[in-house]
Write a protein that binds this ligand. Sequence first.
Ligand code: ADP
Ligand code: MG
Length: 364
Amino acid sequence: MVLGNSLSIVNATKYYKKFKAVDDVNLEVNQGEFLTILGPSGSGKTSLLKLIAGFEQLNQGAIVLNDQDISKRKPYERDIGMLFQNYALFPHMTIFDNIAYPLRLRKIPKKEVQERVEAILKLVHLEQFGSRYPEQLSGGQQQRVALARAIVFNPPLLLLDEPLGALDKQLRKKMQLEIKHIQEQIGITTVSVTHDQEEALTMSDKICVMNNGRIEQVDSPENLYKRPKNRFVAEFIGEINLIKGNVVSVDEEKAKVKVNEGFVVDIGVDSELDIKNQSMLIALRPENIQIAKEESEFHNTIKAKVIESIYVGEAFNIKTRTETGEEITAKIPANVSELPLKDKDIFLGWNCKDACLIHDETPA
Ligand code: ADP
Ligand code: MG
């Protein structure tokens, strides 16, 4: 089964009366790719998905599926597979009939319906459950039935809107991987929406971060985490320290940055940026910081005082404050031999490539 199709969203803009919910969005989803739209509540994720599905109409722009502009088509003419949070299985139909429904609607011959439903039941590991009714299945199993129903008719595209939102955390994590594996197996182009950054990082080939109807960054999960382009992305995904500094010099590999306390540190850059003498933020993940008693132990270092150490299971979060009042949190493994004491001066160190620079704009 090959279901690859590519999707382009071109200058998409959507107003609800005067309110701009989707603001000039451009986005490419490659054939077979799993793309997640990630953003806070109200950022326009569902609106964008509805535009793709055809439940809302664009004010400007186009939705292009497989090189065809589908913007003017009715939802049923787009033939897209969908799985939303309040997916409703038909309670009076067996699992088999639930999954067969979209095929029968499309007048697929009986024999083929039988074959395709059986194949997809196998794919979602429910081959024993065809004759049961939805209420006889667990939440996770029902979810898999809903997924099977969404893809059984070989749609060119699968849309997911917070499909796991109603499940508890453990089941959600399990289902994230299952959906991901099924998606990979059939290679269906998928656009998923979530406000849960962990879910986005786990499932996606590519993540599109949205804020106020606009795209902030589109990137692989790893790049997004390691190289956030701006303050919004940096703060939305994971925990991060943003340390103020002034760029002293730049070459194509690193920038020398002077932080408030007078320390000069090297920060990795991807190219020779035009940022000399600019005030920037050093974005540094807590888990990339090491702690030492002596300054000389690190290439990059800042002096700080320990405010408190918080045990979080696998690690300690060490909250510190520099002499100029900046707070920096370091995450160190819980099995370290010696925990720094409160009110003690320590040195925080990190590798040049483990931090990046972002512009020091005030968040909206
Ligand atoms: P998200 O899915 O990211 O939470 P939505 O796309 O649902 O965001 O909503 C984006 C913004 O558009 C929100 O401010 C919401 O209140 C508004 N909105 C969504 N749907 C409608 C509608 N049908 N009419 C008016 N405003 C809407
Ligand atoms: Mg939504």
